[in-house]
Design a protein around this ligand. Structure first.
Ligand code: RP5
Length: 307
């Protein structure tokens, strides 16, 4: 599913009245073609850091509207999230009544994709089945909101001239990528938005922690981020931790260092839950965690860079 599909899907959900939700689902199904559908990382595999195998879900069985009489996903919530301040209590509960589809105190339980359904007291993944019930290792029931800073510069040669690709003639853009310690995949250095936190704060904090390891460049980074990023994506993340009842969504902004004299010159240093960090050339071969490459592609389009 491309970002365009997501945008269209969101628009459809907003435009179609509730009584027409079946129509919306059908139109959504027609947009998402089996085989190219991006809901891939959270299906048909072993749940990370567990011995729990997801119940099989074929492309044809992803949507909740598709009958799947035998569907019987295991229930799994990672033991380590119990009692954590960043995690919800278990459900069902006599004492915990989340306010779905809205701001619940400081916790944002709204999805970028419109109102999600709640079945038997549990929120349903807006994209569809994942083969696993419960929260897995995600803290929140329903949407878990993250923020992803895509920090970019132009690739330059030893003389400082911008390097273009010889085939497309377009300039090559580079991004700061971190290697995640949990699945070893390269990724945008994003992180979770804390309750009540402004996304702009999350973006700067996560970059500083994961790509700079809190080094002494705080002032310069502060200024670079304050000058503003360009919004490129808000929506579902095809994250390997997603379940039928808990899933990742993100807001991604591009912070571009046009002359390469700001963040583009900083010495990167991996920190927090990143094991490596580097400037990475961006092109169509880029392989990243979840659907991060699709999100980065939006930056390529925005900057008219080589892909
Ligand atoms: C992805 O996981 C998001 O896009 C974001 O990059 C990241 C947030 O999770 P943690 O890195 O905090 O685990 O789904």
């Amino acid at each position: 599913m491309t970002n365009f599909d997501f945008a269209l899907l969101t628009l459809l959900c907003l435009l179609l009245p509730l009584e027409n939700s079946t129509t919306a689902t059908k139109m959504m199904a027609s947009l998402v073609k089996p085989g190219i559908f991006r809901h891939l990382m959270c299906r048909n595999n072993m749940y990370p850091r567990s011995g729990v195998l997801r119940f099989p879900v074929s492309d044809d069985h992803v949507f909740w509207s598709a009958p799947y009489a035998d569907y019987c996903p295991p229930v799994y919530t990672a033991p380590h999230i119990g009692g954590q301040v960043w995690a919800d209590p278990p459900l069902p509960s006599e004492a915990f009544y989340p306010q779905w589809n809205q701001l619940d105190g400081q916790v944002n339980r709204e999805s970028f994709h419109g109102a999600y359904e709640v079945k038997d007291g549990l929120p349903l993944n807006p994209i569809g089945r994942t083969g696993l019930s419960g929260r897995g290792s995600l803290g929140r029931w329903g949407p878990n909101h993250a923020a992803d800073p895509i920090v970019t510069r132009w690739k330059r040669d030893a003389e400082g001239a911008i390097v273009a690709n010889s085939t497309t003639g377009k300039n090559i853009i580079q991004m700061v990528a971190i290697q995640r310690s949990d699945n070893k995949l390269w990724a945008i250095p994003g992180g979770m938005v804390d309750p009540g936190e402004n996304v702009s704060v999350t973006l700067k904090r996560e970059f500083t922690e994961e790509a700079l390891n809190f080094t002494d460049k705080a002032n310069m980074v502060e200024k670079f981020f304050r000058e503003g990023g360009v919004h490129v994506y808000s929506g579902y993340v095809d994250d390997f931790r997603n379940t039928d009842n808990a899933w990742m969504e993100t807001t991604a902004l591009n912070f571009h260092d046009e002359d390469g004299k700001q963040v583009g010159q900083l010495e990167l240093m991996a920190g927090d839950d990143a094991t490596n960090v580097r400037w990475t050339d961006v092109d169509s071969q880029l392989k990243l965690h979840a659907n991060h490459a699709d999100i980065v592609r939006e930056v390529v389009i925005l900057r008219n860079a080589h892909w």
